[in-house]
Design a protein around this ligand. Structure first.
Ligand code: NAP
Length: 283
């Protein structure tokens, strides 16, 4: 039976490290600050924004929330982003998604200064992740890597099969994993006989959004499983992996909840500090 890749325990350690780093910035007279923009009143986005506020304040990072009406013009939203870009007291900017239909997500994401783009979605950061240069990268793929490394898993030399090529998780993860010298296979909805690929994996990462997609007969004994999926079911939240069955065959497995998702908010805060560092270098 597998041991757990314990996201909650790792998040605790990560948060202590972030607190220490915030104190170092404060001792140099810098108060790290995150600005979040919320357009409209999508209930999930309101919850996410409030949860970021709580975490950032607990870590000593100042937080400001800009709540805008859902009928705001794209130009007005971009003007606010430009003000925040130029404000030296703001070190990270995040726009809660989804945006109303009349606003172009691409234009808004590209308007955020790349060294304040704590979501890692600016085209420059997408380029940096591919080239291996330093930049700000999305939190969830970073969580997948952190949960492995901080659990003592050696990624180098392993065959990692990533299921899902979404822009938020699967695709950026390919480059983060490659940087750690693994051999990467990426599967998606058009992959025939998914199990024939996942059975070859030393590490399977599921980033799909389909409950119970990865079954026990699709993995080899001793496999390490990272489940980034989040699915709402009548029985509660679950991942993409049939956890109860697969845990009997795996050596390590991340639960949902309590796995990858437990690290993401902390890693957004880490991006605020990394952004701050990049901004100082860019002066
Ligand atoms: P996405 O953009 O919808 O991508 C889903 C991917 O899964 C696509 O590449 C799709 O293939 C593939 N797929 C769909 N059905 C499949 C099947 N039957 N077999 C193999 N691949 C299949 O999703 P995302 O935004 O990357 O998110 C992926 C999951 O991560 C979701 O459950 C999401 O809720 C979760 N998530 C978690 C966190 C967290 O904090 N833990 C954060 C963000 C997202 P095609 O490309 O061919 O369509």
């Amino acid at each position: 039976m597998a041991n757990l890749l314990d996201g909650k325990a790792i998040a605790k350690v990560l948060k202590e490290e972030i607190k220490d780093e915030v104190l170092k910035w404060k001792s140099k007279g810098v108060q790290p600050k995150l600005a979040v923009i919320l357009v409209g009143e999508d209930p999930a986005s309101v919850v996410y924004a409030r949860s970021k506020q709580k975490v950032s304040e607990n870590l000593g990072i100042s937080f400001e929330l800009h709540t805008l009406p859902s009928d705001i013009a794209e130009g007005e939203l971009i003007s606010l982003i430009e003000l925040l870009n130029d404000n030296e007291q703001i070190h990270g900017i995040m726009i809660e998604l989804p945006l109303p239909k009349h606003i172009s997500k691409e234009s808004v994401m590209s308007a955020v200064r790349s060294d304040k783009d704590v979501d890692g979605v600016h085209p420059i950061n997408r380029g940096f992740i591919m080239s291996g240069e330093e930049g700000l990268f999305p939190a969830t793929p970073q969580s997948c890597v952190e949960i492995l490394l901080r659990s003592g898993v050696e990624i180098a030399g392993k065959h990692v099969v990533i299921v899902g090529r979404g822009e938020t998780v699967g695709k950026p993860l390919v480059f983060l994993i490659l940087k750690h010298n693994a051999t990467v296979t990426i599967c998606h909805s058009k992959t025939p006989d998914l199990g024939s690929f996942t059975r070859q994996a030393d590490i399977v990462v599921a980033a799909v959004g389909k409950a119970n997609l990865i079954k026990e007969d699709m993995v080899k004994p001793g496999v390490i499983v990272v489940d980034a999926g989040i699915n709402e079911t009548p029985d509660g939240i679950c991942g993409d992996v049939d956890f109860e069955a697969v845990k009997e065959k795996a050596s390590l497995i991340s639960p949902v909840p309590g796995g990858v998702g437990s690290l993401t908010t902390a890693l957004i805060m880490k991006n605020v500090l990394k952004g701050l560092d990049l901004q100082r270098r860019n002066v």
